[in-house]
Design a binder for this molecule. Structure first.
Ligand code: ADP
Length: 546
């Protein structure tokens, strides 16, 4: 029996989640490490290449050292030297490229959002391929993430396969089609690509501006495998946005629906997983009390602790017996029974942890706060906004409720508090307008907080309504709504509250069921592996025919 062992190189420009919980800036870092670790476990050799950003926390990289080699890469008609660093992050080998270019591309104190992002990542994409070529690596798969590394696909086939770096198939994953990185076509020439050849409607030309190139479109055209982060989102981005609000909010393929439909044979949506070690209520050191599906006593203690911490009313909650008494088990059981049977009005807590941006349905979040109050529940929101007017609006709401017994808005990024809210809440609301994958619905379920979600993107692939008869009973795990308006939110929120109040035992079973769902990377990694293997086999079959 031969063990097929493939090499995958992951190119990513995001800040990898290098174990620094406090600096996590988004889902992509989690994907690169989560998928990488799961593939490594399955016997593959996975290596990661990143820019050497000045703003990463390098103390979390083990054995970081500079290599005694200099890789030269082409840019703007010249060769530039690159310093190559190597280290290990969560057991994964990572190469960091530090360009010796006067523009100091990755020493800007931030990851994205620079005026020359297109040039910075164009430079990185070519330097990364040069590193692979000069180090003699023979990867089976080069897996690129988002527009910043999308240039690798055309660079590979046009320039690097002819130079002999030709063992690989290219996989491109788009995490959000809202970001495509378009630029004037002439800028592409800096890295040696042929602008005239590529600025064509069937290649990299942007579908709505013909003097611009679109890196994501280029990657879709030139990659062997194209993925996005959930099956429903893969479907959504293949359809044209029809209504004005959809276009303004970034729903759909953002102009790429025709390209994605044309290449639909190689395009697939695979749901992300979550890091089940970092998100584990049974071992979470951020929590006051750890708990698990078989002993939910700790969940109620976390709720009481959070209420105290935030100055919310605890009056309707019965105090549990001292947890250190000799009859811990019995008291826990008794309290456990109380906590689920004697529901008094203010016992329900709705949690919401999010970036406050239009994509997340901020107007629906605002509505949900007031509706929760009407329904007699408590609402805790943790979020912050890069959009000034949204931040201002929520500051207004936060101030209005600053001493309120049942509503609290905390407008900042706070990882520790996020864990406490997942643990304390009974419901977790995610009314997104669009959501490529979304992680919070999975985390919430793992912590026994039942999701109330809009049926879009990855939410539609994870959350199945308890009242939906078309879904087998064992998969029903939350409350959903389709129309992105106040009636939609009410329909799901009201049902959730009734469900919680009406039958304590059924509620407890739902909580336990959700906590036991497997959201690890295992099954996603298996699907990626299958795509890789098929693509490699097709290439080998074609090569042997030639
Ligand atoms: P997105 O990547 O679009 O922001 P995801 O649901 O994919 O949304 O991932 C969001 C992650 O960021 C989750 O782990 C969530 O807990 C975390 N998060 C979002 N806002 C905050 C906040 N204000 N404080 C702490 N964690 C947050």
């Amino acid at each position: 029996q031969t063990l097929f062992c493939s090499n995958a190189i992951t190119l990513s420009c995001t800040k990898l989640d290098i174990g620094s919980r406090s600096l996590k800036v988004g889902g992509l870092g989690d994907v690169v490490t989560g998928l990488g670790k799961a593939l490594q476990k399955r016997g593959h050799l996975v290596e990661i290449v990143l820019p050497k950003y000045d703003c990463m926390q390098y103390d979390r990289v083990h054995n970081l050292r500079v290599l005694d080699v200099v890789v030269e890469s082409y840019f703007d008609g010249k060769l530039y030297k690159n310093k190559i660093w190597v280290g290990t992050v969560e057991g994964l080998p990572v190469y960091f490229i530090e360009p010796q270019h006067p523009d100091k591309f990755f020493c800007r104190g931030q990851f994205y959002g620079e005026h020359d992002d297109f040039r910075r990542f164009l430079f990185f994409s070519r330097a990364a391929l040069e590193l692979l070529l000069q180090s003699g690596k023979k990867p089976d798969i080069i897996h690129c993430h988002d527009w910043q590394t999308a240039f690798v696909a055309p660079l590979y086939w046009d320039l690097y396969a002819p130079k002999g770096l030709n063992s690989a198939r290219i996989c491109f994953t788009c995490h959000n089609f809202e970001y495509q990185g378009t630029a004037p076509a002439s800028e592409l020439a800096s890295c040696g690509l042929d602008v005239h050849q590529l600025n064509r409607p069937d290649r990299m030309q942007d579908n709505s501006a013909h003097d611009r190139v679109n890196p994501v479109k280029g990657a879709v055209v030139f990659s062997n495998i194209v993925t996005t982060v959930s099956p429903t989102y893969a479907q959504e981005v293949r359809t044209a946005e029809q209504e004005k609000f959809q276009i303004s909010l970034g729903v759909g393929g953002r102009g790429l629906h025709s390209t994605l439909s044309f290449h639909s044979k190689k395009f697939v949506g695979i749901l992300n997983g979550i890091d089940v070690d970092a998100w584990n209520p049974a071992a979470d050191t951020f929590l006051k009390v750890q708990y698990n599906a078989n002993d939910l006593h700790g969940k109620t203690e976390n709720k009481i602790a959070l209420r105290k911490f935030l100055g919310l009313s605890n009056v309707d909650v019965r105090q549990p017996m001292a947890p250190h008494s000799s009859c811990v088990k019995l008291s826990a059981w008794k309290y456990h029974e109380h906590s689920f049977i004697s529901k008094s009005t203010r016992d329900h807590m709705v949690g919401c942890i999010t970036r406050l941006v239009p994509q997340k349905g901020v107007h629906l979040i605002r509505h949900a706060i007031y509706r929760t109050l009407e329904l007699g529940g408590q609402f805790v929101l943790l979020g912050s906004s890069p959009v000034a007017h949204i931040q201002r609006e929520f500051e207004g709401i936060a101030n209005h409720f600053v001493n309120h017994d049942h509503i609290r808005l905390i407008l900042k990024y706070d990882e520790s508090l996020s864990h406490s809210i997942f643990a304390a809440s009974d419901f977790f609301i995610i009314p997104s307008i669009f959501e490529p994958c979304g992680l919070t619905q999975m985390i919430a379920m793992r912590y026994g907080s039942i999701p109330i979600a809009r049926k879009t993107g990855g939410l539609n692939d994870c959350v199945f309504d308890v009242d939906d008869d078309t879904v087998p009973l064992q998969f029903r795990n939350g409350f959903t709504f389709l129309t992105p308006d106040e009636h939609g939110v009410n329909s799901a929120l009201d049902r959730a509250f009734n469900y919680y109040r009406n039958n304590a035992e059924v509620w407890q079973q739902l909580v336990q069921k959700d906590m036991n769902i497997d959201f690890s990377w295992e099954s996603s990694a298996e699907q990626y592996e299958e795509l890789y293997l098929k693509s490699v086999a097709r290439a080998r079959a074609a090569a042997s025919r030639a």
